[in-house]
Design a protein around this ligand. Structure first.
Ligand code: SF4
Length: 688
């Protein structure tokens, strides 16, 4: 039937962009997306959406979609069939495995794909290739937050629901451009300020929208958050402002914690953060006086040498002030991608099975060996960062990567591109021919979220179903189907007829999801993990106890990692982050006409002081150079940034891609790249 004859239909889906996890009905006619209509019963967003959720869907019909398997021939690709592609991949991976061992292979899952697809990716790596070399892009963002929370409170997820944040007396936002990165969540904070006088403290390098709205805006030096968090904790303890009853009942390690804070006096904090004594005391008082405090943080905290430690310090502060175990209190690391939570939850991690059970625990491993009917590797595998190093030194020979534009979003991408070139065999599965896919030997055409069924898990641990709206374009297929067919080509006998069967299998193996089933997730129903077998879910993560043997949380002492010093020559600090209109490297949003018409590309924010000094105006074109590479970009002059602090959005995959500048230094505990520790020098190419 022609497009005009096609029936208009309405299908429930979940947004494919950020971790807020908005759900809504999408109206379509044939392949035309007519409109997006949010519904009252949508748990995370109700009747709200942001510009990306509303207008960011045209990319599914883009002419640039990959619709057939592509096979490299010299410097070009030719179209091939699925049979041919599977055969080629199976032969190459098996022969590399035979020659160089199981750990010469690595697998990368995607936070844009579904939970079921991440589950199958780790099952493929572990059960077919006997390697734990499997990871996902949370390594680039929130793994440090997960680490900090596991250390202190035992679960790496938001303490409560997004709606709980509205109840807080005080919201503390650290290193998060919430209004642009998590717009619908930010709207909820904004409305609570009006509704019940909720207080807001924002700590950031940039005076962004949330900072403008804050009751107290802190502007510490880059990478010094741990210092002020520790000084504030010390001040609270020294002045008996802590929640003693809560600590006695629920928290271990207070004496040792108190001792390790000794260095963090107000004088010390003033010296290294640049904040004033008054600001530090005011922060301590506001936190101690509030009945309920929610802490929200994002990449401004995690993407540093001490990202895990700073995340830990936030949780420590919430523990001593009794800000857990009640609605409107707790820790909320804000997840970037729509399913970054789920990609880790469902086991695409080098050391964890689904539900965060250790691969090195023999009892757990036996459970999976029985469940999957095969032997499994004992030793934890490499994370993304270690994989790049392992390619460079010749230990890693082949990679299979789905839905991740690692060649743009990883740090120090020139070094990553060299690694891609060194691989003996490289498979990329994606919706578009991404920068990363250009290096592949085989590109497999995947279907985006509107063309398949599955589940996504948002930042508040909420599992939600998405329903198929459109048929897969051309020969593209859902990722779960591709992985299953490839596994079968490799000799497995997987016969899932629908993602619900994959979820049923993971629910039977991972206690965290024991009661998750597609029936219970029908329509707008959702479940927040942990989910008990009878289907009882957990909106408030900690109720009577913390998930440690004695039921008590642990204060975990941490020390400050002094930020990287690039030397005097690199005299400008480059902060980086998101823009409201675009998402990540822009593979989807730059192909959505509804969005590019408003915001065509990236730009560099320059402070009025620096602009004056260097003769820069709006539209001036500059070159930035770091020890690792250079970018060329046009400028806007704005007082959102101050002094020698520049802001370059990450949403560009061309000559202004910020990761041409970033280094290979990483968080010492998780290997998350220290993207935010970046300095460069600037040459003005065209004044205007
Ligand atoms: Fe909601 Fe985030 Fe999608 Fe915007 S991008 S509609 S806030 S899930």
């Amino acid at each position: 039937a022609s497009m005009r004859d096609a029936k208009i239909k309405k299908t429930k889906t979940v947004c494919t962009y950020c971790g807020v996890g908005c759900s809504f009905d999408v109206w379509t006619q044939g392949r035309d997306i007519l409109k997006v209509e949010p519904q009252e019963e949508a748990p995370a967003n109700g009747i709200s959406t942001c510009v990306k959720g509303k207008f960011g869907w045209d990319y599914v019909n883009s002419e640039e979609r990959v619709t057939k398997p592509l096979i490299r021939e010299g410097s070009r690709f030719r179209e091939g069939t699925w049979e041919e592609a599977y055969k080629l991949i199976a032969e190459n991976l098996r022969s590399i495995e035979k020659e160089h061992g199981n750990d010469a292979l690595a697998f990368i899952s995607s936070s844009k794909t579904t939970n079921e697809e991440s589950y199958l990716m780790q099952k493929l790596a572990r059960s077919i290739f006997k390697t734990n070399n499997v990871d996902n892009c949370s390594r680039y963002c929130q793994t440090p937050a997960t680490k900090g929370l596991f250390r202190t409170v035992g679960y790496g997820g938001d303490s409560g629901s997004i709606t709980d944040i509205q109840q807080a007396d005080l919201v503390l936002v650290i290193g998060s451009n919430t209004a642009e990165s998590h717009p619908v969540l930010a709207t909820r904070v904004k409305s609570s300020q009006k509704l019940h006088g909720q207080k807001l403290i924002v700590s950031d390098l940039r005076r962004h929208e949330m900072a403008e709205r804050a009751d107290l805006f802190l502007h510490p030096r880059s990478g010094s958050d741990l210092v002020w968090l520790s000084a504030v904790s010390k001040y609270i303890l020294d002045h008996n402002m802590e929640d003693k009853a809560f600590i006695d009942k629920h928290v271990n390690g207070i004496d040792e914690f108190r001792e390790t804070l000794e260095t963090y006096t107000l004088e010390y904090a003033e010296k290294y953060t640049g904040l004033s004594r008054e600001e530090l005391i005011r922060t301590a008082e506001m936190i101690a006086e509030a009945e309920t405090v929610c802490s929200l943080w994002a990449m401004g905290v995690t993407q540093h040498l001490g990202g895990s430690d700073t995340s830990t310090a936030i949780s420590n502060l919430m523990l001593i002030t009794g800000n857990y175990m009640k609605p409107g209190a707790g820790t909320y690391p804000l997840r970037g991608h729509n399913n970054v939570q789920g990609a880790s939850d469902f086991g695409s991690m080098p050391d964890k099975f689904p539900g965060y059970e250790s691969v090195e625990d023999s009892v757990i491993r036996r459970k999976y060996e029985e469940g999957w009917g095969t032997s499994l590797p004992e030793k934890a595998g490499w994370n993304n960062h270690e994989m790049v190093e392992a390619v460079h030194d010749g230990r890693l020979k082949a990679m299979y990567l789905k839905g991740e534009d690692m060649g743009i979003v990883d740090s120090n991408i020139n070094y990553v591109h060299e690694a891609f070139e060194k691989l003996d065999f490289f498979v990329v599965q994606d919706v578009f021919l991404s920068k990363t896919a250009e290096f592949a030997d085989v590109v497999l055409p995947a279907s985006p979220s509107l063309e398949k069924e599955g589940t996504f898990t948002n930042t508040e641990r909420r599992v939600q179903r998405l329903y198929q709206v459109l048929e897969p374009l051309g020969d593209s297929k859902p990722d779960w189907k591709i992985i299953m067919e490839l596994a079968n080509e490799l000799g497995a006998d997987w016969n899932y007829s629908h993602p619900s069967e994959i979820m049923a299998e993971s629910a039977s193996l991972a206690p965290l999801f024991a009661g998750v089933s597609y029936d219970r997730l029908e329509g707008y129903n959702s479940l927040q993990w942990p989910v008990a077998e009878d289907g009882t879910d957990t909106p408030l993560l900690f109720k009577e106890e913390f998930p440690f043997p004695d039921g008590k949380a642990r204060l975990f002492p941490v020390d400050w990692s002094v930020p990287l010093d690039f030397g005097e020559e690199y005299d400008l600090h480059i902060n980086n982050g998101r823009l409201l209109e675009h998402f990540h490297e822009g593979n989807m949003t730059y192909k959505a006409e509804g969005i590019t018409s408003k915001t065509p590309g990236a730009f560099l924010e320059v402070s009025p002081e620096l602009a004056e000094e260097r003769g820069i105006e709006d539209g001036s074109f500059v070159k930035l150079t770091s020890p690792y590479g250079q970018v060329k970009v046009s400028c806007i002059v704005t007082d959102r940034v101050q002094g020698k602090e520049l802001y370059l959005p990450m949403n560009d995959s061309g000559s202004s891609a910020v990761n041409q500048l970033t280094s290979s230094y990483a968080d010492k505990d998780t290997d998350t790249p220290a993207y935010k520790e970046l300095s460069a020098k600037m040459d003005v190419l065209k004044p205007k």
